[in-house]
Design a protein around this ligand. Structure first.
Ligand code: 3LM
Length: 399
């Protein structure tokens, strides 16, 4: 079904149909998996034309592949962007994009808290190549404004932020940056929300990146990523960041699994949101819990911003126990149903300790500076019955 009908189909419908026409594929309800590295040309002229970008058509699967093309069309549609690029991992998406956008002497302004490997890529990777990495608290707009310079090429953040659940006002930030300079690219990591809950491009951002390993795939059985934005920049990322710099190419079978996952994205996100709300409310009342970080709670500092830009509060919760790190470790070691594991967005509830796991690439001093406390516990609320997750957390907290 075409996604550019004049009548705009709903998100749930587009999640099932966008980008794929079964009539063009022998009626096959699900897309064919093109397991091929290369594509045969009719003649030299055609091959040369494809290499030169003068003729449409695939020529090598490091650049494009028909199965991948379907996922890219679906993601572009759901994020309301012009084009998308699927990659081998979320880090593949982030690195391919940043390698394309910046060079020596440029500055990237980022929020003070980032997923651990994103921080590591900037701090231990791009910095080595002469890119200046500057941090600001993106919930403080005056600070962001003060740190923009004529060297700033990219403004980058996650919302909600992994792992501490701050929520950054995407629209206000984008306006602020564009007022300073329209040539700065605003890049948002939308992994925690997915387009089912938040569409940064409609709020003024230029590029969205994803770890598709998480909610988009949704079943914990793959590693993948994606970038969405204007067609010309996506083409640049495909032909440089992906083709030449990272080679982070997604496999056709992985693409198939993500397309399957996305069909149930909205349904799953509704359940994740519902479960997380109940669990956050339970934790808020629990005597062993010091603080719960979840934007769906009325007294969460980011509740209003979240109401403005998100269609649901998501499935991620962070908390701090009264006994700090020691109490957190004790609780994690007592879990029975929830799995002690990194990653997020799976059917299974996953709980982890950011300071020693996902954010362990930060030194303790860097964690303190970047707003990641040592006792923080992160929950990716799964699709199990909320009461069963609550019972497990209750027994673990009783220890
Ligand atoms: C994690 N996160 O448990 P991949 N952007 C965000 C992410 O959370 C992640 C990536 C990008 C986790 C992975 S930690 C070893 C496990 C907001 C990944 C990177 O390359 O697909 O893993 O995405 O928080």
């Amino acid at each position: 079904m075409s996604s550019d009908n004049e009548y705009r189909l709903s998100f749930a419908t587009r999640s099932v149909h966008a980008g794929y026409d079964c009539k063009a594929n022998e009626g096959s309800l699900n897309p064919p998996i093109y397991m091929t590295s290369t594509f045969a040309f009719d003649n030299v002229e055609q091959g040369a034309g494809r290499f030169a970008g003068e003729q449409q058509g695939h020529f090598y699967s490091r650049i494009s592949n028909p199965t991948q093309e379907i996922l890219e069309a679906r993601l572009a549609d759901l994020e309301e962007g012009e084009a998308a690029l699927a990659t081998a991992s979320g880090m593949g998406a982030i690195t391919a994009t940043l390698w394309t956008l910046v060079g020596p002497g440029d500055q990237i302004l980022v929020d003070e808290t980032l997923y651990g490997c994103t921080f590591s890529f900037l701090e231990h990777g791009l910095k080595k190549f002469g890119v200046d990495i500057c941090y600001a608290d993106f919930t403080d707009h005056a600070e962001v404004k003060a740190k923009l310079t004529d060297k700033t090429k990219v403004v980058y953040f996650e919302s909600p932020v992994n792992p501490n659940m701050r929520v950054i006002d995407i629209e206000a930030l984008s306006v602020l940056v564009k007022d300073f300079s329209t040539s700065i690219t605003v890049m948002v990591d939308n992994t925690y929300c997915t387009p089912a809950l938040q569409r940064p491009l409609t709020l003024g951002a230029d590029i969205v990146v994803h770890s598709a390993t998480k909610y988009l795939g949704g079943h914990g059985d793959l590693i993948a990523g994606a970038v969405v934005g204007d067609a010309d920049i996506i083409q640049q990322i495909r032909l440089f960041g992906l083709k030449d710099m990272t080679g982070a190419v997604i496999a056709p079978m992985t693409v198939f699994l993500i397309l399957r996952g996305i069909k149930t994205l909205q349904l799953r996100m509704e359940r994740h949101c519902h479960n997380a709300q109940r669990i956050a409310e339970m934790l808020e009342q629990h005597p062993a819990v010091d603080q719960v970080f979840f934007p769906g709670l009325k007294n969460d500092p980011w509740h209003q911003v979240a109401c403005k830009q998100m269609d649901g509060f998501g499935g991620m919760i962070a908390l701090e126990l009264k006994g700090g790190r020691e109490a957190g470790v004790r609780m994690l070691n007592r879990l029975k149903l929830a799995k002690l594991a990194v990653s997020l967005g799976d059917a299974e509830t996953l709980i982890q300790h950011p300071a020693s796991m996902t954010h362990s690439v930060y030194t303790p001093a860097e964690r303190a500076e970047h707003g990641i406390t040592e006792g923080l516990v992160r929950i990716s609320v799964g699709l199990e019955a909320a009461e069963d997750i609550i019972a497990d957390l209750d027994q673990a907290l009783a220890g």
